[in-house]
Write a protein that binds this ligand. Structure first.
Ligand SMILES: Cc1cc2nc3c(=O)[nH]c(=O)nc-3n(C[C@H](O)[C@H](O)[C@H](O)COP(=O)(O)OP(=O)(O)OC[C@H]3O[C@@H](n4cnc5c(N)ncnc54)[C@H](O)[C@@H]3O)c2cc1C
Length: 322
């Protein structure tokens, strides 16, 4: 028998070992599957000291979540490799995954849980305060800055939705609108009706004290004092390594870009590939990613159970014929 035709070494390889990936791995480990997690170690929320809106883990650090998740999954036999997957491709007896290091592994099923990168507006003083004074989501960090003077730096039409959301956490909200051009008069009237101020001058710098924001400087030289800024980066899914598998994709709303499509169980258009978390849904927070990972993990096990029974039946039929 050729090496490639042997049973793959792993039932499942999970690429990405954070909220979604560790949750999938936990389900698969507990289902007595041979599971390898390959993780590059850069979860999206690593810039923030604490996570919020995460039931049972409220205020826990992103690092602690990953450490705990790894320990829990390892308790059921899940194994880990620290590294980056360069390519995943179809092999004769399953899927083959090759790391940047050149290491290769074969598996019966693949879970893609590699998250996204946020491409931030290029502005002096902004990127270095991402996750501290510059925030992406009021559900995650709004409570901590409630009632403060909050700025919303518009980056796309979706920012007009974001500014309405942010208003729920404070009565003092200023929209910096220059990057999306003139705001429709009806929309600005609606925002002003709830006390949202609109500044049309272009923001040229974010001002701050250490990792905290104190204000912004606009192109006309004025300084507008704010205590925190909400803004939306452009999401880039980490899915280049599966490009060769030809998985179906779709454009997401609000100009979020092209993402892999999955069904409710996290299955892609490939029979042996599932995906979960931000890599397929940039809006998913930590609990949603954990849930999607759990769903994908159990779906992978379900598919392998079916395959195991089909193989046993086929083997039995062969025996009877012989
Ligand atoms: C600043 C900030 C703060 C946030 N705060 C909160 C919060 O308070 N509460 C909340 O619920 N949500 C928060 N979020 C959202 C949260 O980060 C995401 O919901 C969550 O990280 C998604 O989990 P994931 O497992 O899909 O992806 P990630 O957590 O991004 O994990 C993906 C993992 O895959 C790895 N990876 C990527 N490519 C490869 C590859 N080719 N090979 C191997 N490994 C790879 C990465 O290194 C990473 O470890 C925050 C986001 C940001 C940007």
């Amino acid at each position: 028998m050729k090496a490639e035709q042997r049973e793959p070494e792993w039932d499942a390889i999970v690429v990405g070992g954070s909220a979604a990936g560790l949750s999938a791995a936990l389900m698969l480990g507990r289902a007595r599957r041979r599971v390898l997690v390959v993780d590059a170690g850069s979860p999206r929320n690593r810039f923030a000291a604490h996570m919020h809106g995460v039931l049972g883990q409220e205020g826990v650090s992103p690092t602690a979540l990953v450490e705990t998740g790894r320990r829990e999954a390892a308790g059921y036999g899940v194994q880990f490799v620290d590294g980056t997957v360069r390519v995943a491709e179809d092999g004769v007896a399953g899927l083959r995954v090759t790391l940047e290091s050149g290491e290769t592994h074969a598996c019966r099923a693949l879970v893609v849980a590699t998250g996204i990168s946020d491409e931030l507006p290029e502005l002096p003083g902004l990127a270095e305060r991402w996750g501290t004074g510059v925030l992406h989501c009021p559900y995650c960090h709004g409570w901590e800055v409630r009632d403060r003077h909050l700025g919303v730096l518009a980056t796309s039409p979706a920012s007009l939705h974001q500014v309405q959301m942010v208003r729920q956490w404070s009565e003092r909200v200023t929209l910096f609108a220059a990057r999306i051009g003139e705001v429709d008069p009806q929309v600005s009237a609606r925002l002003r009706a709830r006390g949202v101020e609109i500044v049309n001058a272009e923001v040229v710098e974010v001002l701050g004290d250490g990792d905290q924001v104190t204000g912004v400087r606009t192109a006309d030289g004025a300084v507008v004092e704010v205590d925190a800024i909400f803004t939306m980066g452009t999401p880039h899914p980490h899915d280049v390594f599966v490009a060769g598998l030809g998985l179906d994709r779709a454009e997401l709303p609000f100009g979020a870009g092209s993402f892999l499509t999955v069904d409710q169980m996290g299955k892609t258009s490939h029979d042996r590939v599932w995906a979960a978390g931000n890599v397929v849904n940039p809006m998913a927070n930590v609990p949603m990613s954990i849930g999607a990972g759990a769903m994908a993990g159990s779906a992978v096990n379900g598919a392998l159970v079916e395959a195991d029974f089909a193989a046993a039946e086929a083997a039995q039929a062969l025996e009877v014929r012989a």
